[in-house]
Design a protein around this ligand. Structure first.
Ligand SMILES: [Zn+2]
Length: 265
């Protein structure tokens, strides 16, 4: 449900004092497009936690479950992750070798746990069910419209950057939102684009109007850190495999040390 009255202040503002990461009407719901589980925590944990703490209705649209990730080979003992340090042996460790389907389910569970840490309940996680590494602009546009219709009311939209990134799924998601904004600026006028940490020094930032969102409250920073931990949990008998830490531990360590987000217009 929408909060009955808008919060007096926004929990997340920028170092410059602007709050471009936030929608103009603070009571407006927020929808975050997430191509793969972990993008939300690595690039937008501070934003999600800040909006949720401000009493805003926060939704996640998960485009894919990230089932094509090379972490499957790591968990199946074909490759070794730097974080774990030794090869896995599913037989010894008591779990069935992962398939794309079971890996997707495991990654989804990590997202649900991370979202809860950020203040977003599972009933506000929507799935587009698109194929990992096969996301198209048109499919994302259709999924955003359908999700926004189901949520109802005015929405602020956050999507991956349409230009400061190299992953085709991320770029397609950002481009879809950019095109929606061009097609119907009244409905989709409140859009911002988040940038993943590997691109925080990318020269392509020179072509966009970007800013930092730093947590203004210690609780927001704590929630962003706790979301990282959801991706490091290892309980194979419960179908929980630390997929995030096994694949991009350095990025989680970076966010844990200094939780912040970078967004552009
Ligand atoms: Zn991703």
């Amino acid at each position: 449900m929408r909060p009955s009255s808008p919060p007096a202040t926004d929990a997340a503002t920028t170092a410059t004092g602007r709050s471009p990461g936030l929608a103009p009407t603070s009571a407006r719901a927020a929808l975050f497009l997430v191509p793969h589980p972990d993008d939300e925590t690595l690039a937008a944990g501070v934003l999600l936690a800040g909006h949720a703490a401000a009493g805003r209705e926060v939704h996640i649209l998960l485009l894919t479950r990230g089932e094509k990730s090379a972490v499957k080979d790591i968990l199946n003992g074909v490759r070794t992750s730097h974080w774990w340090g030794v090869p896995h042996d599913p037989t010894v460790e008591g779990y069935a070798a992962l398939t794309e389907r079971t890996l997707g389910a495991a990654r989804y569970r990590e997202l649900v746990a991370a979202a809860a840490a950020l203040g977003v309940t599972e009933d506000r996680i929507h799935e587009a069910g698109l194929p990992n590494d096969g996301v198209t602009v048109e499919e994302v546009k259709a999924a955003v419209v359908a999700t926004a219709d189901a949520i109802g009311g005015d929405l602020g939209l956050w999507a991956p950057s349409y230009t400061v990134d190299d992953h085709p799924d991320h770029l397609a998601a950002g481009e879809a939102v950019r095109q929606l904004g061009l097609d119907d600026p009244i409905r989709w006028g409140s859009c911002r684009y988040y940038v993943l940490p590997p691109y925080w020094s990318d020269p392509r930032l020179g072509s966009v109007d970007w800013c930092w969102d730093d947590p203004m409250e210690s609780e927001t920073a704590a929630r962003a850190r706790n979301a990282c931990r959801a991706y490091g949990s290892w309980q194979p008998q419960a179908g929980v495999f630390a997929c995030g830490y096994h694949s991009v531990y350095a990025m989680f360590r970076q966010i844990d040390a200094n939780p912040r987000s970078l967004t552009h217009e």
